[in-house]
Design a protein around this ligand. Structure first.
Ligand SMILES: [Zn+2]
Length: 255
């Protein structure tokens, strides 16, 4: 069994979404968390969670989508967050990879959504890319008042990992852990306390080895769990059970 804590089944590449969802249980996926990145995909994530018992949703504006925010969207997001199957605010954060970007606007929207998470008691799913120390600085200011922080598709250095672990952030591993050029990720996987480890696919992106090049699906999360188990020298079952416990604690607690 395995849990995919970060999938985009609401992506247009899943024109066969019903079949993919129907195959989850037979592929030993116990739960999936569908992630939004703007208003439209947040609502479609919620719809999938409403229709499928094993799915949950996460709603919010990705830093690359903040230009789409319309008047009233933040209030609407906060109102939607009370839905029983919305389990976090995300994916939110900072991304200075693709020009042009507006650092100040990204920070403003990020902090606004952190405050929504505080008011609603939900954890946050964090996206970060090429944003240096800015994200760390903001989280240092806010982490004590948040119910949980999930560093999605972690791909930073061991030094950065240490900083996040100190704040009790969950480190979520995805396909890149299985890549041959996975750099510092195996070390991060070994140093993260077991109670802070999560597994995800970030599908349809980042398909794990040996399926690279194919469309990613939640079922491939087992390859990430397998790699985690190998690196940490535990059995697959032990690793999976630990991740399930962690996911239950941060995401699936009853509202
Ligand atoms: Zn994502």
């Amino acid at each position: 069994m395995a849990i995919d804590t970060h999938c985009h089944l609401n992506d247009e590449r899943y024109d066969d979404v019903n079949e993919v969802i129907a195959s989850l249980t037979s592929n030993n996926i116990t739960n999936g968390v569908v992630i939004g990145y703007n208003m439209e995909t947040s609502i479609s994530a919620m719809k999938l969670a409403d229709e499928n018992e094993i799915l949950y949703s996460v709603i919010g504006f990705h830093p690359g989508n903040i230009h789409e925010i319309k008047d009233g969207d933040m209030e609407k997001l906060e109102a939607l967050a009370v839905n029983k199957k919305v389990v976090a605010i995300g994916e939110i954060g900072l991304d200075y990879h693709y020009e042009p970007y507006d650092k100040d606007a990204q920070k403003r929207v990020f902090i606004h959504q952190l405050n929504i998470a505080k008011r609603t008691g939900l954890p946050v799913v964090i996206h970060q890319r090429d944003c240096g120390m800015d994200l760390l600085a903001i989280l240092k200011e806010h982490y004590k008042e948040l119910s949980g922080i999930i560093m999605h598709c972690f791909s930073e250095s061991t030094e950065m990992a240490e900083e996040f672990i100190k704040m009790g952030c969950y480190i979520s591993f995805a396909g890149p852990l299985t890549f041959k050029n996975s750099k510092s990720l195996p070390d991060v996987a070994k140093m993260t306390p077991k109670e802070l480890i999560l597994s995800e696919t970030d599908c349809p992106y980042l398909t794990p080895h040996p399926h690279r090049g194919k469309r990613n699906e939640p079922k491939y999360v087992s390859l990430v769990v397998e790699k985690l188990a190998e690196l940490r020298e535990v059995t697959y079952e032990e690793m999976e059970k630990q991740i399930e416990e962690n996911a239950k604690k941060v995401f699936f607690k009853m509202k």
